[in-house]
Write a protein that binds this ligand. Structure first.
Ligand SMILES: *Cc1c(COP(=O)(O)O)cnc(C)c1O
Length: 458
């Protein structure tokens, strides 16, 4: 075939200016595979179409295609996005953003060696769980605490340690699913414990738990319903009744608190969230919660409570499998210090929850003015997300975007394909950018993107 004769030698393509940026690693296997792929595709194309194309032109064309493919292959899959959805602890967007200061601390620690499992005073082997424990004890006023990979791991570990081969008593109304395949009955089954459900879907009394206690009972479980609420004819024992029953019958009590609210956020519209401190003060034996929901820290599962029980958990070989790395501990310690100083605004998720409506109104108004006719400042409701109360709305402000000739779905898509991607919200067939979840430092980028959309192209 005549057309195929125009295909340049591989070396000519590799020397093309289009590939200058990639030259240092063009001989790596992943790059040669891409080059081979593009040559194969070109050969197929030419043998079909067969039209004559000059060799020089073909060289440039192939080099450009290789450059495109290489650039794609070298773009990390995990990217920064602008969260304009108004959902503060958005599970799909990485939940809690981490404090700037924590990242500096992380850089120092992680780029060198650290005393992760080394006792500097004694000059001997130490334990990785001592680092966060001291701070957790001070913050939560508990006897002991440990940290694992996430709250699902924490629940699994507690159930397996305390109830493997025995029974766990839990209310039918608390057999919840959080999403991302976390379901209480399933995790319970995996722990080796047998679930003994009591009460009815909407009403469970303390007598129901009490009547179910027998020789094989190992644990009384209570679960925060998180992102779901029952209203109307409902009943649930108080924390005090639950703790008293455990004490009277000598069965340990455990509460999966989910979101892990440590600081009262009632003023910000989250009065409904149970506080970790309330459960511990009530005398519950163990609690667990997520590090990256309302706590505002890194992904982690925190288990706090009575020392003899935590010591048993520490000895469980599963603890070794579920432990956290130095990066998590470093960030967690930073967040714990912020709590101890009472500096809640140093924790970005909390700063966002606490940002005042007046402040957001000013930001939205200014943003709309700068963006031009396509944007209108409007009052909104943000949601905390991350397994907190579904009806907890926080009064917020943002902008509504509307561009003549472009549908709301089109705009949503164009924003998502911009750089960095912007995750917007569609509400009542309007495209909304909620500024509560947009960092001030991101506003400039957002403004550039919105102006670009308005002027027709990015
Ligand atoms: C979110 C949640 C979990 C799972 O926590 P992860 O940290 O996401 O593993 C478990 N239990 C409850 C009640 C929750 O709300």
């Amino acid at each position: 075939m005549e057309a195929l004769k125009q295909i340049p030698p591989v070396n000519d393509v590799l020397q093309a200016p289009e590939l200058a940026d990639f030259r240092p690693f063009l001989n790596q296997p992943f790059a040669t595979a891409i080059v081979r792929d593009v040559f194969d595709a070109t050969r197929r194309e030419l043998s079909h179409s067969g039209n004559g194309i000059a060799r020089a032109e073909l060289t440039t064309k192939i080099a450009a295609a290789v450059a495109r493919r290489l650039a794609q292959a070298m773009t990390p899959s995990l990217r920064r996005v602008i969260n304009a959805s108004g959902v503060i602890l958005h599970t799909n967007l990485g939940r809690a953003p981490l404090p700037e200061g924590a990242i500096d601390h992380l850089r120092t620690l992680a780029s060198g060696y650290c005393n992760l499992e080394f006792d500097i005073d004694q000059g001997s082997r130490g334990k990785r769980d001592v680092h966060a424990e001291a701070l957790l004890k001070q913050l939560l006023h508990c006897d002991s605490a440990i940290v694992v990979n996430n709250n699902a791991a924490a629940v699994l570990l507690v159930l397996n340690t305390l109830a493997d081969g025995g029974e766990v008593i839990a209310s039918r109304g608390e057999q919840i699913e959080i999403g991302e395949s976390f379901r209480i009955p399933e995790i319970l089954a995996r722990s080796g414990a047998l679930l003994r459900e009591v009460g009815s879907t909407n009403r469970t009394r303390i007598r129901d738990y009490e009547n179910a206690i027998g020789d094989t009972t190992r644990l009384l479980l209570r679960v925060h319903p998180s992102n779901f609420r029952m209203i109307g004819f409902t009943e649930r024992p108080s924390l005090q009744e639950f703790v008293a029953l455990g004490r009277r019958t000598r069965v340990p009590t455990f509460e999966d608190l989910g979101s892990g609210c440590v600081a009262g956020l009632g003023a910000a519209g989250l009065a409904d969230e149970p506080l970790v401190g309330d459960s511990i003060r009530a005398g519950i034996d163990l609690v667990s919660f997520s590090g990256d929901k309302l706590f505002g820290g890194p992904q982690a599962g925190i288990i706090a409570g009575k020392k003899p029980l935590i010591d048993r958990i520490r000895r469980n070989p599963l603890f070794r499998a579920l432990r956290v790395d130095k990066l998590t501990i470093a960030v967690l310690e930073f967040v714990l210090f912020a709590y101890l100083r009472g500096d809640l605004d140093a924790i970005p998720a909390l700063a966002m929850i606490r940002a005042s409506e007046a402040e957001l109104r000013t930001r939205a108004t200014q943003f709309a003015e700068q963006a031009g006719a396509v944007a209108t400042a409007i009052a909104l409701q943000s949601t905390p997300g991350g397994g907190s109360a579904p009806e907890a709305d926080i009064a917020s402000w943002g902008v509504r975007l509307s561009i003549p000739g472009r549908s709301v779905d089109q705009l949503e898509r164009e924003l998502r394909f911009s750089n960095p991607p912007v995750i917007a919200r569609i509400e009542k067939n309007a495209l909304i950018l909620d500024l509560r979840t947009v960092f001030r430092s991101e506003e400039e980028d957002l403004l550039r993107i919105v102006r670009g959309l308005a002027s027709g192209g990015l």
